[in-house]
Design a binder for this molecule. Structure first.
Ligand SMILES: *Cc1c(COP(=O)(O)O)cnc(C)c1O
Length: 414
């Protein structure tokens, strides 16, 4: 029956399909779009933005595998392996460690929707894009939000955090380890312990640093840590990683109200990820293919070892910094100790429009780099050396592209 219909359709051509379906009660108002009759076309580019990065070959292969059910024992096995991979990458023994079905922003919402209740005092390091986002979500939840405002490029000292903790008595502090909008690496030693002395929990975004910069969740006293798949892990966008300490779990268990979001309710997520020793119940259909990819990304990190991955990022990015300075470009973060080993922000050279440079590099060299984001928009160009892209060869490629861009793009436009 189906085959006959398909044949008739092929014989009549697309325009006649509406007539064939006279059994339907309505005519189709929207014809099949011509664009979707053409093959999918994606350029092959070197992705040197702050994300997404190119997929590692093994990850790419995982993405081509057939789907299985999200509630099968084979999938639970994959999920358990992902959990172990996240515990290794985060350096944590927290049982509540899982992958979120959504990008890095989604993990931030899982953290805030579960940790904050309306009226809670929330202290936020707003020195770039990600603190602003945390602030916005906190406000929507109805928390009493206290931003510690800094110019883009700034970071927070222990003294500044202590002042904020004393003044606002927050239940939660948000810091960004890897401020990818400005290229700042926030130091983390001592911040967790300081928060705990003030009965405050510490939430850290390490989306642009995980795997490329040392982080020790348990030893640094971080209560909630999250990261993304499409940066150093060279995995497709669409999943993220998160872990909760026992202190964070206690705060969530003591909630007076239920979190607004069912999809992001940590109790449900923890159950589905086998973190609560209870039988797993349906919550939502996880992106199984994305999880295969994530499993393979974490396997690559395990194979390589955290220390050697950290070192490779440090070396490649130090080489990039030297070569950018040779070109006469100025790094946005002045103090070398505060520069991220994954994402570099360069001041837009005087007289140029950043858009011209980004387009030139893409059109003539097939390399993607970025302009600024949020508060750094218009001020910087950003280059990411993430995961398998963190090589000297890629640095040489992007430097040559920038050199040509500076030669050929119009100056004094602004
Ligand atoms: C990319 C990034 C995010 C956002 O992640 P999405 O996957 O785009 O939602 C958050 N924080 C930092 C530091 C990032 O670099």
């Amino acid at each position: 029956m189906f085959r006959v219909l398909a044949k008739a359709r092929a014989a009549l051509g697309p325009r006649q399909v509406g007539r064939v379906q006279t059994m339907a009660s309505h005519r189709l108002l929207v014809p099949p779009p011509e664009a979707l009759r053409r093959p999918l076309s994606i350029p092959d580019r070197l992705l040197l933005t702050p994300g997404p990065s190119n997929l590692a070959p093994r990850v790419l292969e995982a993405g081509g595998m057939q789907a299985i059910g999200h509630m099968t024992k084979e999938m639970y096995q994959v999920m358990d392996e992902i959990k172990q991979g996240i515990q290794y990458a985060f350096q944590t023994q927290n049982p509540i460690t899982l992958a979120v079905s959504g990008s890095g922003n989604c993990a931030l919402e899982v953290a805030l929707f579960n940790l904050l209740e309306p009226g809670d005092s929330f202290l936020v390091g707003t020195n770039g894009m990600w603190g602003q986002r945390a602030l916005e979500i906190g406000e929507r939840i109805g928390a009493r939000v206290h931003p510690m405002i800094k110019e883009p490029g700034g970071h927070y000292t222990l003294q500044e955090v202590e002042e904020g903790l004393t003044r606002h008595k927050p239940v939660l502090l948000f810091l960004t380890h890897s401020e990818s909008s400005t290229g700042v690496m926030q130091p983390l030693d001592g911040y967790g312990q300081l928060c705990h002395r003030h009965q405050c929990l510490l939430l850290v975004d390490c989306v642009a640093s995980l795997g490329g910069v040392p982080i020790y969740m348990d030893q640094q006293g971080i209560d909630v840590l999250y990261s993304g798949s499409q940066k150093v892990l060279n995995c497709p966008p669409g999943t993220s990683l998160i872990s909760f300490s026992s202190k964070a779990k206690q705060k969530i268990d003591a909630r007076r109200t239920k979190p607004f979001s069912v999809l992001m309710d940590l109790k449900c997520l923890a159950n589905f990820w086998g973190c609560d020793n209870k039988p797993r119940e349906y919550h939502h259909t996880t992106p199984v293919i994305g999880l295969y990819s994530l499993r393979e990304s974490l396997a690559l990190l395990v194979e390589q070892g955290l220390e050697s991955s950290w070192q490779r990022h440090r070396e490649a990015t130090a080489y990039l910094h030297g070569r950018l300075q040779e070109l006469g470009l100025q790094l946005f973060v002045r103090d070398p100790a505060l520069r991220l080993p994954t994402v570099t922000a360069v001041a837009v050279p005087a007289g140029y429009d950043w858009r011209d440079i980004v387009s030139y590099v893409q059109d003539h060299f097939n390399i993607e780099i970025s302009g600024g984001l949020g508060p750094s928009m218009g001020k910087v160009l950003r280059i990411g050396l993430l995961g398998c892209n963190a090589t000297r060869k890629n640095v040489d490629l992007v430097i040559e592209a920038l050199k040509q861009a500076l030669r050929h793009c119009p100056r004094n436009k602004l």
